[in-house]
Design a protein around this ligand. Structure first.
Ligand code: AGP
Length: 616
């Protein structure tokens, strides 16, 4: 997820862009850049680091312009560096992009064969060269060069993936073209000045009059105003909305907290993470995305997964998936425990280090120890260029975008997606699962974003449940099998957000001690999907109820058996047992959030916690 912005008007465009990028920094902040028209044509300035680095790079130049575009990056392809920073250029075409180009490698090969030279590792650069290529063609039956907007239309016909772009061209000054597909793009209407951005905060200080573009719609900004058309070039009429948000609320997309925004971003984050990595039509998983060769993967006889906190709960889910779908033995360790237990790990073993930040000291120490002992390291990470990803032999990037809230939410469900893809892919190459089953698994994965959207619909009912229980002295979370890690995750979310003690426990183990805790004061959250352990979890619910306990069950839609014996019920759509974990994660995240808010806690920055624990 990156932030893009464009400005055309009477003010100094360089200052407007820098200020707007600052407001978009929550969307990505590993590198930034700006392109502006000057008497030398289009000039570009880029640098790694936050917007303040770009600002200080420019301040000595005292630049001025009336048309400019800018970008703040959250890397997905190509590490954070000046040459990978946007804007990207191809001859006179200069562009910024937010999204993921699925077929960029194929397009890159074709463009190189046509004589284009690439200067970055990004997927974005292919769009630049394509637009340049089409802008050189003459319009049919005339000697006129193709306009920038027509060249953009033609170029994007070859592109698969998601994009929101802003593009300018040297021989068409005072014009910015923007178009979107599955990535947000909004237009700001000022007094004789016009804005284009990923999100409203970028220009809220100048205008509250906003046009929200829909997929396929193109906008052309000039000094004379704004023209919006469909992808076919036919003008479309759009409503102008007036936005009442404060700048700070706008950065949260109108949500009260980043945590809630990121919970709601999960359908998009999961869609971005699975995109281009699994092919239901063939049943194949793109294991190249994991960076290990098929031969190396086939030789793996044992897997170790290490992580901390929420990422460790993803590791536990990964164990279930990989052992069931690929039949490879998996050991999981809390990273800070791993190297002190003298692990029996050997050359050829694979360690998977799961870390959102890529900077967690305990996880880095564990992966270094495993590497020293001869294992191959696969990092499942959300930050391109982070220490874990740089030191690993192979990387799978989750594309959840920056996770600002300290409590990990969208990173967790995208880690589950990565582990699922890995498990299915390994199951296929080891011929443990059939092509038909793999096709079914990948079809179900494609439906996950929509099912998470459905699970989010329970938010209102969950906030009502939170009102009933937010004064409780503690909570118990129970789950069985692959949902036991979700019980642990639900308890962790509640602890770190509301400061109430909570414990996750295997439901079958409750009678061996924790059942002594049960009384009418202790809410018990039970993860009770319709799976092979359904009958067992029902008897666990009855054990709690018979001792006066209050049971809040999270179950599949219209499971009357579970609902009939529970005090409260939260529904999630049905899915296979592996993907059900991602669906069950949503209500436990929302419950923790609402309880934390009701208790007046700082849910985005809970006390004593840090977003990335870079010390042991
Ligand atoms: C989760 O909500 C916490 N913020 C914390 O447990 C976190 O998951 C843990 O510190 C690991 O962080 P990482 O994924 O960046 O390595």
């Amino acid at each position: 997820m990156c932030g893009i912005i464009g400005y055309i008007g009477k003010k100094n465009a360089v200052s407007v862009i820098l200020e707007g990028l600052k407001r978009l920094e929550y969307r990505g902040y590993d590198s930034a850049g700006i392109a502006f028209f000057s008497n030398k044509g289009i000039e570009v300035r880029r640098c790694t680091g936050k917007i303040r680095e770009l600002t200080s790079l420019l301040e000595s130049e005292n630049l001025s312009s009336h048309t400019a575009i800018g970008h703040t990056r959250w890397a997905t392809h190509g590490r954070p560096s000046e040459e990978n920073a946007h804007p990207h250029r191809s001859n006179g075409v200069v562009l910024v992009h937010n999204g993921i180009i699925e077929n960029y490698l194929e397009l890159k090969k074709k463009l190189i064969a046509e004589g284009y030279t690439f200067t970055s590792e990004t997927d974005t650069e292919v769009i630049c060269h394509l637009i340049d290529k089409y802008s050189k063609l003459l319009t049919p039956n005339s000697k006129l060069k193709t306009s920038l907007e027509d060249a953009v239309r033609e170029a994007l016909k070859e592109v698969k993936g998601t994009y929101a772009i802003a593009v300018i061209k040297e021989d068409e000054p005072a014009k910015i073209v923007g178009i979107r597909k599955d990535s947000p793009l909004v237009v700001g209407l000022g007094d004789g000045e016009f804005f284009l951005a990923s999100d409203v905060p970028a220009f809220l200080n100048y205008s509250r009059n906003v046009i929200f573009l829909d997929d396929g719609e193109m906008v052309v900004l000039t000094d004379d105003g704004v023209m919006i058309t469909g992808h076919d070039g036919i003008p479309v009429q759009k409503d102008v909305k007036s936005v009442s948000w404060s700048p700070s609320m706008a950065e949260k997309g109108g949500y009260r907290h980043f945590m809630l925004k990121e919970i709601y971003e999960q359908p998009r984050a999961i869609g971005d993470t699975l995109r281009g990595r699994g092919y239901p039509e063939s049943g194949d998983v793109n294991l190249d995305e994991f960076g290990l060769s098929i031969d190396e993967l086939k030789k793996v006889e044992k897997i170790f997964i290490v992580a901390c906190g929420t990422s460790y709960h993803a590791a536990l889910i990964g164990k279930y998936m990989i052992e069931e779908l690929a039949r490879i033995p998996v050991e999981t360790d809390i990273a800070s425990e791993f190297r002190y237990r003298r692990p029996i790990i050997k050359s050829g073993d694979l360690m998977i280090a799961i870390t959102q930040s890529g900077e967690t000291a305990d996880t880095l120490a564990a992966q270094r120890e495993a590497k020293r002992l001869g294992a191959k390291i696969l990092s499942i990470c959300n930050v391109v260029g982070s220490t874990s990803s740089r030191e690993a032999d192979a990387i799978f990037y989750t594309h959840s975008g920056p996770e600002i809230g300290v409590a990990s939410t969208k990173a967790f469900t995208t880690q589950i997606v990565g582990l699922y893809l890995f498990a299915v892919g390994m199951g296929r190459i080891r011929e443990v699962i059939s092509e038909a089953l793999s096709k079914e698994f990948l079809r179900e994965l494609l439906m996950l974003p929509g099912k998470v959207e459905e699970a989010l619909a329970a938010d209102e009912s969950i906030s009502m449940i939170a009102k009933d229980f937010f004064k409780a002295r503690g909570f118990l979370y129970l789950g069985r099998g692959i949902n036991y890690p979700i019980a642990l995750e639900g308890a962790l979310k509640l602890k770190e957000i509301s400061y109430i003690h909570a414990e996750g426990y295997p439901a079958g183990e409750m009678k061996h001690g924790p059942i002594a805790l049960i009384d009418e004061e202790l809410p018990v959250i039970v993860l009770a999907p319709k799976d092979n352990l359904h009958e067992k979890i029902i008897s666990n619910i009855q054990e709690v109820k018979s001792r006066g306990g209050k049971v809040i069950s999270i179950t599949n839609n219209a499971d009357s058996e579970v609902c009939g014996i529970s005090n409260k019920c939260i529904f999630v759509p049905e899915a296979n047992p592996y993907l059900t974990t991602a669906l069950m994660a949503v209500p436990v995240q929302l419950l923790a959030y609402h309880v934390g808010v009701l208790r007046g806690c700082d849910v985005d920055q809970p006390r004593n916690l840090a977003k990335s624990v870079t010390v042991e």
